[in-house]
Ligand binder design. Sequence first.
Ligand code: B12
Length: 494
Amino acid sequence: MRVKMILPALTEAVSPLFRPIKYSLFPPLGLATLAAYLDDSDEIDLQDEHVEKLRLDDQPELVVIQVYITSARRAYELADHYRARGAYVCLGGLHVTSLPEEAATHADTIFTGPGEDSWPIFLADYRAGQPQTRYNAPSRRTIVGIPPIRRDLIKRHLYMVPNSIVVSRGCPYHCDFCYKEAFFEGGNSFYTQRVDEALAEIDRLPGKHLYFLDDHLLGDPKFAAALFEGMRGMGRVFQGAATVNSLLAPGLLEKARDAGLRSIFVGFENLDQANLRHSSKTQNLGRDYDAMIRRVHAEGVMLNGSFVFGMDGDGPDVFARTVDWAVEQSIETATFHIMTPYPSTALHQRMAAEGRLLHQDWDLYDTRHTVFQPKGMTPAQLEEGYWRAYRNFYRWSFILRGASHKETPVQAVRHVAYAAGWKKFEGLWNALIRLKQVSYALPILERVLLGTDSVDSHRATPAACPKPAPPLEWEETLSLATLASQPTAQELQR
Ligand code: B12
């Protein structure tokens, strides 16, 4: 069977909002996960429109498209194109789950929720010539025993972070603005892989760097502790996301650090307790943000702080107040969002009930546009404040002020390298991307993440885990850059 799998672009490469480096970070993990359920005899063409021009003059039999809200219009265009060419089109993902009726008008079959349970059922029905028009994820979902992700279909050289991985699905919390509640509706909404299978997946990944894309990597402390135990001595350096309270919990952060954690994405969201309560961000209520930040930095782990502007208690001063706080806390990088009422979330229902939704132009539901009527300011003030927050936080003077709060000069240099590397070298990243050499940026990222640590300086107790062979002298002297960018024997075989 000829199968075409497409991740349409979230924001078109022609848009001024398109930051090539941001859209050349992660490969389409979701589609590569689904591809593992196809037969070895199937011819699979996996294309990611963020990093390559789509080939649309082909004749696939089955077309599989992942739909997010800001790629919905494009996804429907592609679906209509292929249906007109006689292909059987399947649509799934977050936006399809939010608005199945809308998607169904462009598809032969739609899927709601996670795909690992429903997709293989569909494939059996399809091969038997009896596909349904809709498959909902069953109430009992699991990723135990899932087939290895088809990473061979991913064009690794086109991504800065080819080793993205997820070892769980969902999150144990219920924030009203998050996609999770609606996406996992009707069944279990937080579940993990088995530790040994997760470790086996990690083992299959070449190089050192990993990026866990889990919504909450520390969501199941027992699983996380066992995973980090198993990773010790693997010589990995990784990044992930977790909640404030999980990072305050004794013991787990240290295990993560020993396993190679060097930067963590944290949803601080807002500094106002009433706003957090109103958004059901219960896991942050009454938590000492400052203490958590000191604790994480003391472990040599950098922070990417995520913030949401436009909550009902926010006035025009929220932008400067949040940026100043983040800089004074020496938070290395920040991701700001304009609160976005995604369809089918509790926030959307509240905004709709209060008649505060401005429109349904899904392209603008990208957290950079105001799509609802804020309480404490005008929509224009919210957008202007959002851009000002980004501009200021990544001003050299702000980056240097943030770094000046670090304990040691080495930590300060690392802070500057990480923050500036992400926002101040667009020209360099764009050139590397145009030359299809963005993977050369990865060793620089690894070096910055590790700071003065060498990969093997993780505090692994010799007894606990086999010590990998110390790097040969010449390897250590050679900058990690060349090492990591050398294709491994394995990669050469592909
Ligand atoms: C990687 C990622 C990106 C990548 C691109 C997406 C990609 N897939 O590569 C990049 C970096 C570009 C990106 C950008 C943004 N992102 Co983002 N991103 C993610 C992240 C962290 C991981 C996605 C992933 O790989 N998941 C793991 C795989 C296994 O799951 P999956 O891809 O969802 O696929 C599974 C199911 O969805 C389903 N499925 C999907 N497609 C199909 C198709 C069929 C036929 C079937 C059967 C099943 C199926 O089955 C798959 C296997 O289970 C998610 C978090 C999340 N939980 O989804 C956020 C997330 C999708 N991003 C989010 C946001 C808000 C953004 C940004 C706005 C952030 C910002 N401030 O700029 C921008 C988008 C800007 C814009 N223009 O819209 C939100 C989306 C909210 C929403 N309702 O749409 C998420 C959910 C984060 C969150 N917790 O809120 N993001």
